[in-house]
Design a protein around this ligand. Structure first.
Ligand SMILES: CC(C)(COP(=O)(O)OP(=O)(O)OC[C@H]1O[C@@H](n2cnc3c(N)ncnc32)[C@H](O)[C@@H]1OP(=O)(O)O)[C@@H](O)C(=O)NCCC(=O)NCCS
Length: 170
């Protein structure tokens, strides 16, 4: 494994701005990033371009000018829910805390929409995603077979964090 960082201080994590989408697209289209997902994103029904448009906010992790991680927040104003999606860290720098930084920033930004719940999903057997969900207070609420998005027999696992309804009377 090639090490790109020595300290978490080398990493920038934040919201992307208009014009940054092509960089995100190039990151997600890299074969080694695509292959992190079960199924790979290139085998899903939603194209990468549509996936990027679907995000209300995108969070990027960068080392210098290089994208090394990302996550989308999709806010649903009808349900007052925020869904965290498309979470990946470059395999060369996994296990060094970058995913946790992205998780913390995605939860912080998701809360700015005042959702009543924050959801995310993963696939059965993804122990790192399960560990991080637990670490940040999300609980497993569902698991179901999902042949359109997962290989045969592998369940989608849904995690949720229920939040207080904002008190609008104050
Ligand atoms: C999930 C992912 C983004 C995490 O990124 P990362 O930079 O490696 O994350 P971090 O280094 O911050 O944290 C990894 C955590 O998993 C833990 N972990 C690693 N291997 C583990 C294992 N086999 N079992 C349980 N926990 C494990 C680490 O100890 C660490 O926990 P800690 O913060 O409590 O010490 C990255 O693994 C990835 O891209 N995976 C493939 C895509 C994916 O699974 N996306 C999520 C579902 S869409």
């Amino acid at each position: 494994m090639q090490t790109l960082i020595r300290t978490p201080e080398d990493v920038w994590v934040g919201r992307i701005v208009a014009g940054d989408e092509p960089r995100l697209l190039s990151f997600l289209a890299r074969p080694e990033i695509d292959a992190l997902f079960v199924k790979p994103l290139s085998m899903r029904s939603v194209s990468l371009e549509a996936r990027i448009r679907r995000g209300t906010i995108w969070i990027e992790a960068r080392i210098g000018l290089e994208t090394v991680g990302c996550r989308a927040i999709i806010f649903d104003p009808g349900e007052l829910s925020a869904t965290l999606s498309t979470f990946a860290v470059d395999p060369r720098v996994q296990g060094q805390g970058i995913g946790s930084l992205v998780y913390e920033e995605s939860l912080r930004l998701a809360r700015t929409f005042h959702p009543v719940k924050i959801r995310t999903d993963s696939w059965e057997g993804n122990v790192v995603a399960a560990h991080l969900a637990r670490k940040y207070g999300l609980q497993q609420v569902d698991a179901y077979l999902d042949p359109a998005r997962r290989p045969l027999g592998i369940r989608t696992v849904v995690y949720e964090l229920a939040l207080e309804r904002p008190d609008r009377t104050r």
